[in-house]
Design a protein around this ligand. Structure first.
Ligand code: NAP
Length: 307
């Protein structure tokens, strides 16, 4: 089958090649998916993904762990899915991803594709949706009536977080670059702070929760917005937490696949509560251009590849 791969852990986007690779196969409790659309995160090649859990070094990586497609085969012991089902999900990031014609995914990491979405928009949901859900509700314990600040509100994760927080009845303050103001507001942000011109201290002491998808100085400067006892959740693994507050909870985490949460996201989508954002769609063979375009910034939502 055709796939995008990299064989070099130091080459970044430049190391991606479009090539023939061994066919993916469905193993125990797995599903083989004919990929219709694959979501990529522009800096995913920088993540610590070259060493498997057992400690083995991976020789090559197929990126893009978000997938939407059609079940082509089921492995031994796989119940609940049949050939022809339309599914979406998030593959374990230490396995080969979906930037390929086919991908094998553990069945527990898949759910039925939302009926109201095409595959392109469905592929924008799994990582962004699960990350936003887990940041807001699992780690951030967001409740109705609370105030949440979401940094990077126009991005793939941020734009879902804005909608989920709005749905949960929170007061939502989005932040990011000025160009994301219109989108964040349309998706449910009650207020928007453009970090290129405005200051976070406009909302000093107001937030019960901060969800950060930007990191750097934006994360470090976040302590000003939190109430005493508030929570700061970041998804930036190289997080430099603010050091000036010992009365807040600071959490950094990496999202996990979760079928129940995927199914809940699909339900919200089909009810019209959640609208995934697609920045652009590229042919699989042009993955390098897709990664490069998204890395340049200014492209809202998720970048999608199509075999
Ligand atoms: N820990 C986890 O589980 C997890 C899960 C998913 C993603 N991530 C990481 O989280 C980050 C966000 O992911 P994503 O897919 O949502 O990326 P994204 O779509 O690029 O979203 C990031 C958003 O933040 C904005 N932004 C970036 N730098 C900014 C700055 N200095 N000031 C103001 N706004 C800024 C971007 O605007 P522009 O487009 O204009 O730059 C964009 O709207 C990535 O680094 C990704 O690797 C972590």
């Amino acid at each position: 089958m055709k796939a995008i791969r990299t064989h070099d852990s130091t080459a970044g986007i430049a190391g991606l090649v479009y090539e023939d690779v061994p066919d993916a196969k469905a193993g125990l409790c797995e599903v083989l998916i004919k990929v219709v659309a694959c979501g990529i995160t522009h800096n995913e090649l920088d993540w610590p993904i070259w060493t498997c859990r057992a400690g083995h070094r991976r020789e090559a990586i197929i990126p893009g762990n978000e997938v939407s497609g059609v079940v082509a085969a089921v492995g031994f012991g796989t119940a609940g899915f049949a050939v022809g089902d339309e599914v979406f999900g998030l593959n374990d990031q230490l396995r080969d991803g979906a930037a390929a014609e086919y991908v094998a995914v553990e069945a527990r990491n898949l759910a039925r594709k939302p009926r109201s979405l095409d595959h392109i928009h469905a592929a924008a949901v799994p990582r962004a949706g699960l990350t936003a859900w887990q940041a807001l509700f699992e780690h951030g314990k967001l409740e109705q009536g609370q105030t949440v600040v979401i940094h990077g509100a126009g991005g793939a994760v941020g734009s879902v977080a804005v909608q989920l927080a709005h749905w949960a009845g929170a007061h939502v303050i989005g932040t990011g670059r000025a160009h994301s103001r219109a989108l964040a507001t349309e998706l449910g942000a009650d207020r928007y702070i453009a970090l290129d011109t405005d200051k976070l201290d406009e909302v000093a002491g107001q937030a019960d929760l901060v969800v950060d998808t930007v990191g750097g100085e934006v994360l470090t400067g976040s302590s000003v917005v939190l109430r005493p006892g508030g929570t700061l959740v970041t998804i930036k693994a190289d997080a430099a937490f603010p050091t000036d507050r010992d009365d807040i909870t600071k959490i950094v985490f990496v999202q996990l696949p979760n079928r129940d949460q995927l199914a809940e996201l699909a339900r919200l989508i089909d009810e019209g509560q959640l609208r995934p954002q697609v920045g652009a769609v590229y042919p699989l063979a042009e993955a390098v251009s897709a990664f490069t375009a998204k890395s340049a910034g200014g492209l809202a939502g998720r970048m999608i590849l199509q075999p």
